[in-house]
Ligand binder design. Structure first.
Ligand code: RIB
Length: 311
């Protein structure tokens, strides 16, 4: 029986600066705090799914350096299988430079480094793991051709393939074959607009964008809308709106990753798409209450406590 989750994606070290406001063009701003955290959307989603209770395998590349060691150690500590985590001698570990302002909102610059070298061959080498998994989680911080190869491999192996299309492609374009190989797409408002041309500002526009994506061949769509909540479009065409949980926001970094990871973990437990999205919303909200990506990713117990306190 297929079980567990395989993540094919990025791993980075986050250099996080807290600033009163994010710098404008040509401006220098004095910050007041600096930290390094393990991050990268693939790594964050793998950690989030494992902490939410799933068996998780990570397929990715880090540099053979102190940051790569740190990422591998955190994955192992969180019970993520690192058999297919490659230490690349020819590139450093991926970097993210993150400014977080007083509202908890961020601006991020990423340098792919080893993430940019994750290849189709790396996906092929992980095929036995992919074939055994129930769910594959993908993002867009590794080469598009590798994401496509992974999606096709997952589809061929009968794995439920999830794509969080982040960061949004600069020109709004993805390889033509990618979306037809995705079972569940989870864009945020910006990404949904780029993919559909529909400005997503509220529940109604999110439903229209999700329906357009479904008409293009994606069976299930969830559009995340930050503090508003999420819209879920089921395979049957049924839609649901789930309001965001109210929390005190410290840093929104990795809230989307927490959502995707907890959602995948719940789907791996055979929950419905709607129920899994509620769990994802709780995880996403909790991720906003701490500074940094990794430290903010909640455990299953923390998620259950928030759900019990709210529902
Ligand atoms: O989604 C949050 C992540 O985006 C950060 O951890 C950073 O690494 C960037 O990739």
């Amino acid at each position: 029986m297929k079980q567990g989750i395989v993540v094919v994606g990025s791993l980075s070290v986050d250099f996080v600066m807290r600033v009163p406001r994010r710098p404008a063009k040509g401006e220098t701003v004095s910050g007041y705090d600096f930290n390094t955290f393990v991050g990268g959307k693939g790594n964050n989603q793998a950690l989030a799914a494992a902490r939410a209770g799933a068996a998780v395998h990570m397929v990715g590349r880090v540099g053979k350096d102190q940051y790569g060691e740190r990422l591998a150690a955190m994955l192992k500590q969180s019970n993520v299988d690192t058999t297919h985590l490659i230490q690349d001698r020819n590139a450093g570990t991926g970097i993210a430079n993150i400014y977080v302002d007083s509202e908890g909102d961020n601006s991020i610059v990423i340098i792919a480094q080893a993430n940019g070298r994750l290849s189709n061959d790396d996906v092929a080498a992980a095929m036995p793991t992919i074939e055994q998994s129930a769910i594959m989680m993908l993002q867009l911080e590794v080469p598009y051709e590798t994401v496509l190869a992974a999606a096709k491999a997952g589809r061929k192996a009968g794995v439920r393939v999830m794509l969080n299309p982040a960061p949004a492609p600069l020109n709004g374009k993805l390889p033509a074959e990618l979306l037809p190989n995705i079972d569940l797409l989870i864009p945020n408002q910006t990404e949904a607009e780029l993919l559909t041309g529909i400005k997503v500002v509220d529940q109604g526009s999110a439903i229209r964008a999700a329906q357009k994506l479904q008409q293009a061949g994606i069976a299930e769509v969830i559009i995340t809308m930050g503090e508003q909540g999420v819209v879920v479009l089921e395979r049957s065409g049924a839609t649901h709106f789930i309001s965001a949980f109210r929390v005190t926001v410290v840093d929104t970094t990795a809230a989307g990753d927490a959502f995707c990871g907890a959602l995948a973990a719940s789907l791996a437990e055979q929950r419905s798409l709607k129920d899994a999205a509620i769990v994802g919303c709780a995880a996403g909200a909790l991720a906003c209450t701490h500074n940094g990506a990794e430290p903010s990713l909640p455990t299953k117990t923390e998620i259950e406590q928030l759900l019990a306190a709210t529902i």
